[in-house]
Design a protein around this ligand. Structure first.
Ligand code: AMP
Length: 573
């Protein structure tokens, strides 16, 4: 097996980003040479041409909706070359956070290869700054259900596809730390049971843990919130050497009992003492206290994940937070080459060989596309925002990803981008327009009022109350404790004011938008949203709380858990 050489990987990356335009053209050529004769491209008259100009002239920009009829035929078992010359046999079910509905994204080995490559690059930069030795990684990974489509193909989350593939395991083994949890835990059928076992494994190897990770920061926070609840049971298991009855999955019980768990009263005592101390100080510094050799925490921490950074920092104490890369089930896009930067400042260098990327200019703020054409990788302008357009190795051609990125600079000749948010407007009643980023900023502002009562927002979402009279914004908050009516009323007013750009303020003044409502939900409500997502086939690893509710079941779930609600008394003059 080839040994991992970080210096060489970085050198290759530097060479590639110096020559980004040529690498992009080559990448497109490779994709089109391989797939030029597929039905989709043939119908568009590409006629085997592989250069960017003809490609852009013949192939239109599309969203999932336009590709869906083609994808559906593959899902239903049509194995003719529709989108790719090699038949697609597996799909990644994207989280579908924005639309509330999973998408079937074609997955193949070529996509996996780029993912492995990206992971190696990213690891090389990370390891240069934070070298890890022979320790273990506590990785909160969870699989999704694997479903068979009508045509007999496999559909699962991207993470599940990756982790169940032997190709990935073999290629990643030489570079990854050993995980503290066995495969059975990572691939467990029940999220809560897997989470409990991840925590148990982490504590068993507490002084060997060097890295704590998950795909998204939200899931790391969730794991340690759970630890706050179950630490006594975890200690009891370590003391007794048997796993709690809450673990009913036989595969998990066997994996834990036969290989890992031995009665260890001294360890149980040690962890128990640490947890008692931590619980009396609101669990601040939990990570360095329980995992004294942890070198860093690794997960995607930008964009909507910034909402969890405060809590994560509280748990992390002085252990650095390193933001993971930027990518999606559709393509791996950018790598964090400055792992020491705080997550709020992290940018991603676009990988020119990982797909063919275009950048659709967006009108500042409202993310309506302009008339202008998408720009190539090396044509983008610093300071501008764009929607990402992806052509990948698995049948997506000029596919609008729906993510907004901002160009912050260049690394050699490849752009360094910041992930801003999803493109769709989430709050829009009439002439007002607000994105998930606006909501995030409004919640951050209003949370400052909460700090007076030593309370925090555990999680949040929103609803554009169009069916109400007059239509208005509804914000749902789950809090870490009970707030007074006075403070929560003030938070509600603050939220309303924070959306107060001229269009919103005018609509509020003339009452075409009614007073904003803040609804407080019972503790544990957002956990139920996560469970609903998993029950619908998603993987907790890819879960991102939807920032606007469009799914009726989720709305029902939220509504039935409202304990208090407030209406803004802010007057817009
Ligand atoms: P999925 O479709 O489940 O694979 O999720 C992919 C989506 O997650 C992307 O389209 C982005 O919206 C979001 N995402 C990916 N990387 C990051 C990141 N580094 N920070 C914040 N959000 C991200």
């Amino acid at each position: 097996m080839e040994e991992f050489n970080g210096v060489r990987v970085i050198e290759e990356f530097e060479a590639m980003t110096k020559d980004a335009e040529r690498v992009q053209t080559e990448c497109l050529k490779k994709i089109l040479e391989e797939n030029g004769s597929v039905e989709y491209l043939k119908n568009l008259g590409l006629n085997g041409r592989t250069d960017p100009e003809n490609y852009k002239a013949c192939v239109p920009l599309v969203t999932y909706k336009e590709l869906e009829p083609y994808i559906q035929r593959i899902v239903d078992g049509d194995s003719s070359p529709i989108l790719t010359s090699n038949p697609i046999t597996t799909f990644s079910l994207s989280s579908g956070t924005s639309e509330g509905k999973s998408k079937f994204i074609p997955f193949n080995n070529a996509l996996m290869e780029t993912s492995v490559q990206r992971s190696k690059t990213s690891f090389a930069f990370r390891n240069r700054e934070f070298p890890v030795g022979k320790g273990k990684e506590l990785q909160f990974t969870y699989r999704s259900k694997q479903v068979k489509t009508k045509g007999g193909l496999v559909a699962a989350s991207y993470i599940t596809n990756l982790y169940t593939s032997s190709l990935y395991k073999n290629k990643m083994k030489p570079i990854k730390s050993v995980f503290s949890s066995p495969d059975e835990v990572m691939l467990g059928k029940d999220f809560n049971q897997s989470l409990y076992c991840h925590l148990l494994c982490g504590l068993i190897f507490y002084n060997e843990i060097q890295v704590i990770s998950a795909v998204f920061a939200q899931i790391v926070v969730y794991a340690f919130r759970t630890l706050e609840q179950v630490w006594e049971q975890l200690c009891a298991d370590i003391r007794a050497g048997t796993v709690s009855h809450r673990i009913t999955d036989p595969a998990l019980r066997t994996a834990m009992s036969t290989t890992l768990l031995r009665s260890n009263p001294e360890l149980a005592e040690l962890i128990c003492d640490k947890c008692k101390g931590l619980s009396s100080s609101n669990w601040g510094g939990l990570i360095p206290e329980l995992f004294p050799n942890a070198k860093y925490i690794y997960a995607k921490m930008t964009g909507s994940m910034e909402a969890y950074l405060k809590k994560l920092r509280h748990y992390a104490g002085d252990v650095p937070l390193v933001s993971g890369d930027y990518g999606a089930s559709e393509a791996k896009i950018g790598v964090n080459v400055n792992p020491k930067l705080p997550p709020e400042l992290v940018t991603y260098v676009v990988l020119p060989d990982s797909g063919y990327f275009e950048f659709l200019p967006l009108l500042e703020k409202y993310y309506k596309t302009t008339e202008s054409k998408p720009l190539g990788l090396t044509e983008v302008k610093v300071g501008e925002e764009y929607e990402m357009v992806v052509t990948n190795f698995a049948g997506l051609y000029r596919y609008r990803l729906g993510d907004v990125v901002k160009v912050m600079g260049f690394h050699n000749s490849s752009p360094e981008i910041k992930f801003v948010c999803r493109r769709n407007l989430i709050l829009n009643i009439n002439i007002d327009m607000h994105t998930e980023k606006d909501l995030q900023l409004a919640v951050e502002e209003a949370s400052k009022v909460l700090a007076e009562e030593k309370l925090e927002v555990v999680d949040y979402t929103s609803l554009a109350g169009l069916s109400m009279e007059p239509g208005h914004y509804v914000i749902f908050w789950e809090l870490s404790g009970e707030g007074s009516d006075e403070v929560l009323g003030e938070c509600c007013n603050c939220l309303d004011q924070s959306f107060g750009d001229p269009a919103y303020a005018f609509s509020r003044k003339v009452n075409t938008i009614g007073a904003l409502e803040l609804r407080i939900v019972r503790g544990g409500t957002f956990q139920k949203i996560l469970e609903h997502f998993i029950a619908s086939g998603g993987s907790a690893s890819q879960f991102k709380t939807p920032r606007c509710v469009t799914n009726q079941e989720v709305l029902q779930l939220l509504s039935s858990n409202v304990v208090k609600s407030y209406s803004s008394t802010t007057a817009f003059l």
